[in-house]
Design a protein around this ligand. Sequence first.
Ligand SMILES: NC(=O)C1=CN([C@@H]2O[C@H](COP(=O)(O)OP(=O)(O)OC[C@H]3O[C@@H](n4cnc5c(N)ncnc54)[C@H](O)[C@@H]3O)[C@@H](O)[C@H]2O)C=CC1
Ligand SMILES: CC(C)CCC[C@@H](C)[C@H]1CC[C@H]2C3=C(CC[C@]12C)[C@@]1(C)CCC(=O)C[C@@H]1CC3
Length: 345
Amino acid sequence: MATRVRPSSKRCAVIGGSGFLGRHLVEKLLDRGYSVSVFDIRQSYELPGVTFYQGDLCDKQALLAALKDVSLVFHCASPSPASDDRALFERVNIQGTQTVIQTCIESGVQRLVLTSSASVVFEGTDIKNGREDLPYAKKPIDYYTKTKIEQEKLVLKACDKQKGFLTVAIRPHGIFGPRDPQLVPILVDTARRGKMKFIIGDGTNLVDFTFVENVVHGHILAAERMRADSPICGKPYHITNDEPVRFWDFMSQVLVGLGYPPPRYHLPYSLVYGLALLLWLLSVLLSPLISFKPTFTPMRVALAGTHHYYNCKHAKEELGYTPVVSLKDAIARTVESYPHLRCEA
Ligand SMILES: NC(=O)C1=CN([C@@H]2O[C@H](COP(=O)(O)OP(=O)(O)OC[C@H]3O[C@@H](n4cnc5c(N)ncnc54)[C@H](O)[C@@H]3O)[C@@H](O)[C@H]2O)C=CC1
Ligand SMILES: CC(C)CCC[C@@H](C)[C@H]1CC[C@H]2C3=C(CC[C@]12C)[C@@]1(C)CCC(=O)C[C@@H]1CC3
């Protein structure tokens, strides 16, 4: 009779491991003595100790190969929020996550950590010190958020202590750090095009920006604390820097650090939001004729002009989480890591 190999607890897989967060997670897991399989639709680097499996997470056969003899899976793959492609989000974040869950169960995976997002409760209006028991957004602000909600529900519902399949969802917010393809590059591109002169609203809105190493720390704590008798199974946890900062102060610090002038002039929030909505509608209506992607999307304007910061008390109490890098050090390290994006003038 064939004996089933019991997966070693130090073997894990990172789905989405070629991405920004995924690669930082892989590097930390290697430091901690794990052997890591990366499953991603693209391969962006090579590292000793990492086995790459290139494939689409909607493809069960491809996933099965990557999850063989693995006991712990991190799922941090998603299409970029900037793509705004409804069909793609639904296919990858909803159907693909169902495939991930089924394949984990069939492969004997015991623990699944999902990278969700604190945005699953964000509807474009203020959230101050939001806790995990806030209801999911009834009117999600975009398809990305809508499908992240469905994805989180699927993963948390799949947690089954009897069957030995445990799950947890980490909800980070505004991840930044070295190699981030989104926040700093978009900010610099906007500044270079002379569009970062304005502050949307009065500039006092507080937001969480979370250094990528703190997000990684939260994921690993969750994975290592997840046992059938622990209270964390089937639950979501906010992971932030626990230092809410004025959105426009954060942007200004990054811009000034890279040699760009900070934004100075104020514009009313409702005016900019209305314009962003109009531009977005135009871009949709005109898409058969011309393709243009507005920088100031309704989602970005809402994120730039409202309070959205979250309480991470539960992560502190139940995961033993505390941020490992302060916001000040995180900004300094991030700015230093982008010499190619410095202002040349
Ligand atoms: N960047 C941020 O501020 C935040 C991100 N998140 C979540 O964190 C996770 C990681 O995000 P980032 O590292 O920023 O994004 P990223 O775009 O750098 O990484 C995502 C990875 O997923 C892969 N991927 C996409 N579709 C795939 C598919 N069908 N099959 C296999 N791989 C696929 C991509 O190739 C990429 O390597 C995502 O789930 C995102 O929703 C949550 C909160 C904030
Ligand atoms: C053009 C400027 C007004 C803004 C430039 C910076 C923005 C690109 C970023 C500021 C907040 C960021 C953010 C995300 C993406 C990048 C920003 C909009 C997310 C939408 C990424 C995915 C999530 O799950 C939530 C994030 C919230 C904050």
